[in-house]
Design a protein around this ligand. Structure first.
Ligand SMILES: Cc1ncc(COP(=O)(O)O)c(C=O)c1O
Length: 399
């Protein structure tokens, strides 16, 4: 993997910035932008509505994008639903299953708000019980806690594959096996895993997997919900309308089968095609290589960060995480740290609660949140050095 060559594909990097806010959103490489421009320049038309050549070509490219995504996560194209983002995918599952009072959803205390409040709404609306499994202070689970929490009333277990704050990787395959033993469904929030680690849905054995294009070198406005084939007819779409039907009369409608059932109205065509190009881009480099590169960066970042005075690092040892590192500097608000690094060294990092207030309250116990640095394929060891230098200087300035 040649990072120097890869960096040339990302025009923003030419401005001299160091981008460590990848967990929030990644940068977009030229081939993705070019593919989207190709759509606008050469076959800008709606999909699946016309017999003319432009519509045919756009439809073909849209279908290709679906197949590329399916290939990335090892599922059938028919099981790939194009959404807006991870949040929409999770909402589709929450609103689409038939809930009854007393049904149970098992979640965890490290979830992003997008994988928590949708379930709390079910509690309010239908009297669904929301059972919370707690991670330890590093974001690591005892799988036996899932054995205890999942029972025959559990309809769904929903867990993040990697914490967007602690970086901790969750043993989703083991949890899915427990869920299935008890006839519960399993949803995996793959927002922080699909972009960074080789992932095979068949190995995880989940029923749903949601993720976002904008975190994996794709454009904004496009995401994916994998849904196991035999559930496609069972789950009620979030939105219905044009494109989702098989037949309509003035007093009836029959929904289509397959992913189209969930893709109401004109989809984000350029964005879906761009996501397909992003998948090509990532696979061209290789997910194994990306994972190995990020593992090296986070190892270095973690090992040197824990040695800096006044710094508290959260989360597990680097081997158990994706390229995410949250920390605080004693005496400084997280936003002050993030601002200082931007102003002094053009380093972009995130600060605050990262849409995980319960995790801040329950696990980290730091109401102001944390500072978070997160890596991707274009980051380098030299950038990590500059970042660590910046943190060391800030820490030293406090003494
Ligand atoms: C773990 C996790 N889940 C869900 C989301 C929501 O993603 P999106 O805003 O793309 O819907 C994020 C975004 O940061 C995330 O990190």
């Amino acid at each position: 993997m040649n990072v120097k060559t890869i960096r040339q594909d990302f025009p923003i990097l030419r401005t001299g910035i160091i981008y460590f806010d990848n967990a929030a959103s990644s940068l977009t490489p030229e081939p993705v932008l070019e593919k989207m421009m190709e759509f606008y320049h050469e076959y800008r038309a709606n999909v699946e509505r016309g017999v003319h050549r432009l519509s045919q070509k756009a439809g073909e490219e849209y279908a290709n994008a679906r197949s590329k995504v399916a290939d990335l996560i090892h599922v059938k194209p028919e099981e790939v639903i194009m959404t807006k983002n991870t949040t929409e995918g999770i909402n589709t599952v929450a609103s689409g299953l038939a809930w009854q009072k007393g049904d149970r959803v098992v979640v965890t205390n490290i979830e992003h708000h997008s994988n928590l409040i949708v379930w709390l709404r079910l509690k309010k609306r239908y009297g669904v019980d929301v059972e919370v499994v707690r991670a330890n202070s590093e974001g690591i689970f005892d799988v036996a806690d899932f054995e205890r929490a999942i029972d025959d009333r559990t309809k769904l277990v929903t867990v993040t594959h990697a914490s967007n704050v602690l970086g901790a990787i969750t043993p989703v395959a083991e949890i899915a096996a427990i869920a299935h033993e008890r006839d519960a469904l399993m949803l995996v929030d793959g927002a922080q895993s699909v972009p960074h680690i080789p992932l095979d849905v068949r190995e995880i054995g989940c029923d749903f997997l949601a993720f976002s294009g904008h975190k994996m070198c794709g454009p904004t406005g496009i995401g994916v919900l994998y849904m196991r084939e035999d559930l496609l007819d069972e789950v009620e779409p979030l939105c219905i309308g044009g494109g989702t039907i098989k037949d309509v009369g003035l007093d009836y409608y029959q929904l289509a089968q397959g992913p189209h059932r969930f893709e109401a109205g004109t989809p984000p065509i350029a964005e879906a095609i761009g996501l397909g190009a992003a998948v090509d881009y990532l696979q061209g480099i290789g997910m194994d290589a990306i994972r190995a590169h990020e593992a090296r960066l986070i190892m270095k970042m973690y090992n040197e960060m824990v040695a800096i005075p006044k710094v508290t690092v959260y989360g597990p040892e680097p081997q158990r995480r994706v390229g995410i590192l949250s920390f605080n500097i004693e005496g400084l608000n997280p936003h002050e740290v993030a601002l200082a690094l931007d102003v002094t060294a053009k380093i972009m990092i995130r600060s605050g609660a990262h849409c995980t207030l319960p995790l801040m309250k329950d696990v980290i116990r730091h109401p102001a949140g944390t500072v978070r640095a997160s890596t991707y394929l274009y980051n380098t060891g030299e950038e990590v050095d500059k970042f660590l230098e910046g943190i060391s200087e800030l820490s030293a300035s406090l003494t």
